[in-house]
Design a protein around this ligand. Structure first.
Ligand code: ADP
Ligand code: 5GP
Length: 211
């Protein structure tokens, strides 16, 4: 059995995280999405428990105090955090978990006890103009929210250098293919294959029997 990976996707808002996260899960339904808790209001079409667990600040802070968050951060004026229970269950069962989180959360997970099983990927937009186009085209936010997200985009982009992989999300199909290649290769990392030691032991006894 292999060990589950923690796959972290970060980018400035609008660069394509949700779109690529969905494509990765369509490719492999065994990849679990880490449903974050947030204090922000649900957008039209978002379902409690699917995109996010929508909670109030008291409930959020209580979960943090109880040690129930793998990481948490304040983003765009709201609290966001990744509940740790489902993540531990999944990786112990050999399933990968996908996180759509910002650089603060990525840093906390990368510096945690789970760092050996973490794969972090940062998505860059092809240009800032295209980033704005995508936010506008998505039509989920009002003009003020889009302006706030654009203001914060440079802050997020400035952390690109601390990720394992960085992809420029220009052509969506190409980025998707690169993402799948990265995940496939990382699953084959020695640290992700706990059964290798046993396999080599078998090879050794076979070798000794035959020689
Ligand atoms: P994020 O989750 O990073 O905020 P989304 O995945 O919601 O970003 O993408 C923002 C918008 O850009 C969506 O309308 C999406 O369909 C579009 N989009 C994503 N990737 C590309 C791409 N490579 N080329 C063109 N449009 C894209
Ligand atoms: P949105 O409000 O657009 O869904 O998300 C805003 C930002 O918060 C995005 O950059 C997203 O990746 C980040 N985010 C979502 N969930 C979490 C989380 O659990 N932890 C952290 N640190 N960031 C998150």
């Amino acid at each position: 059995m292999r060990r589950g990976l923690l796959i972290i996707l970060s980018s400035p808002s609008g660069a394509g995280k949700s779109t690529l996260a969905q494509r990765l899960r369509d490719w492999d339904a065994d990849i679990e999405f880490s449903v974050s808790a947030t204090t922000r209001a649900a957008r039209p079409g978002e379902l409690d428990g699917r995109e996010y667990h929508f909670v109030d600040e008291t409930a959020f802070k209580s979960q943090v105090t109880k040690g129930g968050m793998l990481e948490h951060a304040h983003v765009f004026g709201n609290f966001y955090g990744s509940p740790s229970g489902p993540v531990q269950d999944a990786i112990n069962a050999g399933r990968d978990v996908l996180f759509d989180i910002d650089w603060q959360g990525a840093q906390q997970i990368t510096n945690s006890a789970l760092s050996a099983h973490t794969l972090s990927i940062f998505l860059l937009p092809p240009s800032i103009r295209e980033l704005r186009n995508r936010l506008e085209k998505r039509a989920q936010d009002d003009a003020a929210t889009i302006a706030r997200r654009m203001d914060k985009s440079w802050d997020e982009i400035s952390h690109w250098g601390s990720y394992d992989y960085v992809l420029v999300n220009d052509d969506l199909d190409t980025t998707e293919a690169h993402l799948k290649t990265i995940v496939t290769a990382t699953r084959l990392r020695r640290s992700q294959q706990p059964g290798l030691t046993e396999h080599v032991r078998h090879l050794q006894s076979e070798f000794e029997r035959l020689s």
